[in-house]
Design a binder for this molecule. Structure first.
Ligand code: HPA
Length: 273
């Protein structure tokens, strides 16, 4: 068995020793969006630091916990917080939690994040349903020996985000009058925010929002055949599109403001899966 498979097996064994629930659905909660977890009837809560081979998340607003439970009868695993590449972790560490959930049995991963709008038509506070992504991290989490047991050497990326779920999310947001759009997420490494020239560039190449996560996780999930849905909370306009200076506290404050809408949408979406 490869080292990766062994590490995944150890993490899954540990989690399985704590709960009898086997989730079909996973949720990754981004910056400032962690309170969705309150909607879950929690069976067990495990700190990332306890799980074998999980790197601890150190970012404010990312507590770093795996919650296992049920929502409307759907068995669910929630990654409250995530591992970022900009923290100095390897791409393998960044995608490890996503891979663990997939090995455990998750077949649909809902990935959320806070992002900056690079399309001048966007407004802070709207939700963007991801319909595609552009990997601008300069690397790929699947570089290295490929484990055929996880997925193919050259995974297809023609449907990074599940098409039918995009339609369901749109309907849910419309019905609840939640300001939203669908768009293309550009994944960068950060941690510096973009310059005004970078924001113009990202829009010109077809992006609508930019953020420092998600892209590696989506690649890892698709590699393993897991369906993915993505939602960005657009917390700010990119540099040059507004007069504001960007600050992580402001990003979190806007995410908090949108959290109620976000929770409602996610509850309805998960309940329908
Ligand atoms: N850029 C990158 N990441 C972000 C932003 C942004 O403007 N806002 C929230 N996360």
């Amino acid at each position: 068995m490869s080292e990766t498979l062994e590490q995944l097996a150890q993490a899954v064994d540990y989690i399985e020793s704590k709960t009898t629930i086997v989730p079909r659905v996973g949720v990754t909660l981004g910056s400032g969006l962690a309170s969705f977890a309150e909607e879950v009837k929690v069976d067990c809560s495990i700190d990332f630091s306890e799980i074998p081979h999980f790197a601890p998340s150190k970012v404010k607003g990312h507590p770093g916990k795996l919650l296992v439970g049920e929502l409307s009868g759907v068995p669910l695993a929630v990654l409250q917080g995530r591992i970022h590449f900009y923290e100095g972790h390897s791409m393998q560490q960044v995608i490890f939690p996503t891979r663990v959930l997939a090995r455990w049995g998750v077949r649909h991963q809902i990935i959320t994040n806070a992002a900056g709008g690079v399309d001048p038509k966007m407004s802070p506070g709207e939700l963007m349903i991801l319909r595609d992504q552009i990997n601008l991290t300069g690397t790929n989490p699947l570089i290295g020996l490929n484990d055929e047991e996880l997925g193919p050497r050259f995974p297809d990326m023609s449907e990074p985000f599940c098409k039918s779920s995009i339609e369901s999310l749109k309907q849910i947001m419309q019905k609840n009058s939640v300001p939203h759009s669908t768009g293309v997420y550009c994944g960068v490494t950060g941690p510096s925010y973009e310059t005004a020239a970078e924001v113009r560039y990202l829009h010109q190449i077809g992006g609508h929002a930019v953020g420092m996560s998600t892209v590696p996780e989506v690649i890892a999930a698709r590699h393993m055949g897991v369906k993915v849905s993505g939602i960005s909370c657009v917390t700010n306009l990119g540099t040059g599109l507004s007069d504001e200076v960007l600050d992580h506290a402001d990003v979190q404050a806007v995410a908090k403001r949108v959290e109620a809408d976000f929770r409602k949408v996610l509850v309805e979406f998960v309940s329908g899966l």
